[in-house]
Design a protein around this ligand. Structure first.
Ligand code: NAD
Length: 261
């Protein structure tokens, strides 16, 4: 499906981003990775995605997405290394949970910078090349929290709502081209970011991690089971393949029924 296409997936050293990068590479794309992690984790991700591309290691940028200049440089590097940049997946994200009056300023600033502003800077940098070639795909990994709120997540919910707003605006600006811009809004997906929330939750409520999952973490997710990384990756692939030209400006829920509730 993606033979001849090039893609940059941010935050692709683990979780959802790695799943998307892997599936894109298996579908024939040349993919550049980005994200933090232990050197051996990054090396493993590069080797796994590289193997699907038929090379020893996938190209990788260590850009810190909390810094606009680093975001611009990463996009430029992707264009130079891959030759073009056809597909941009803004996926990198972090989480912090606290009531707003106890929320540390630096955590708020970091969440806004990484989860939202980096998307804005990356799209700004990648669009001119897509326009020049007359084709492009921008996929922003927002969240159910881009459409609905939960207490104690004021920074994350604000940043993800902003991502959905950005998605719609960019979609209008490129509507007459063959570039599209969509957001995917996952519920709770089985990844390190989400799973890390379980032990403290279990401890806080004095219940098992299983009960913490169904009764607390997934309290709003009617399926009472994790969304899987593959569910997100397959939608991200569909948005780049045949039958995807009419998707534009959408916020696509993949959340086990959360938003239906
Ligand atoms: P994860 O923690 O497994 O992966 C996050 C990735 O972002 C990692 O590769 C990490 O190194 C990278 N990253 C973090 N800070 C960075 C920075 N400053 N610069 C560059 N890279 C950075 O998380 P995940 O669960 O796979 O989440 C991926 C995206 O999906 C996030 O935007 C998250 O908000 C969103 N999301 C996740 C869930 C879920 O339940 N897991 C639900 C809805 C939305």
């Amino acid at each position: 499906i993606l033979t001849g296409r090039t893609a940059l997936v941010t935050g692709s050293t683990s979780g959802i981003g790695l799943g998307i990068a892997q599936l894109y590479a298996e579908a024939g794309a040349k993919v550049m990775l980005n994200g933090f992690g232990k050197p051996e984790e990054i090396a493993r991700a590069r080797a796994e995605v590289g193997a699907a591309m038929g090379v020893a290691e996938a190209p990788y940028s260590a850009a810190d997405l909390s810094k606009p200049a680093a975001v611009r440089q990463m996009v430029q590097e992707a264009q130079e290394t891959l030759g073009t940049l056809d597909i941009l997946v803004n996926n990198a994200g972090i989480q912090f949970v606290a009531p707003i009056d106890e929320f540390p300023d630096d955590k708020f600033e970091a969440i806004m910078a990484i989860n939202f502003s980096s998307n804005w800077y990356a799209i700004k940098a990648a669009l001119p090349g897509m326009k020049q070639r007359g084709w492009g795909r921008i996929i922003n990994i927002a969240s159910a929290h881009g459409l609905i709120a939960s207490a104690e997540k004021s920074a994350y919910v604000s940043a993800k709502h902003a991502v959905v707003g950005l998605t719609k605006t960019v979609a209008l600006e490129i509507a007459r081209s063959h570039i599209t811009c969509n957001a995917i809004c996952p519920g709770f997906v089985r990844t390190p970011l989400a799973e890390a929330q379980l032990p403290p939750l279990a401890k806080a409520h004095g219940v098992s991690e299983e009960a913490a999952l169904t009764d607390f973490l997934l309290v709003h997710q009617p399926s009472k089971r994790w969304v899987e990384v593959e569910d997100i990756a397959r939608m991200a692939l569909h948005l780049c393949g045949p039958g995807s030209d009419g998707f534009n400006g959408a916020a696509i829920s993949i959340d086990g029924g959360w938003l239906a509730n």
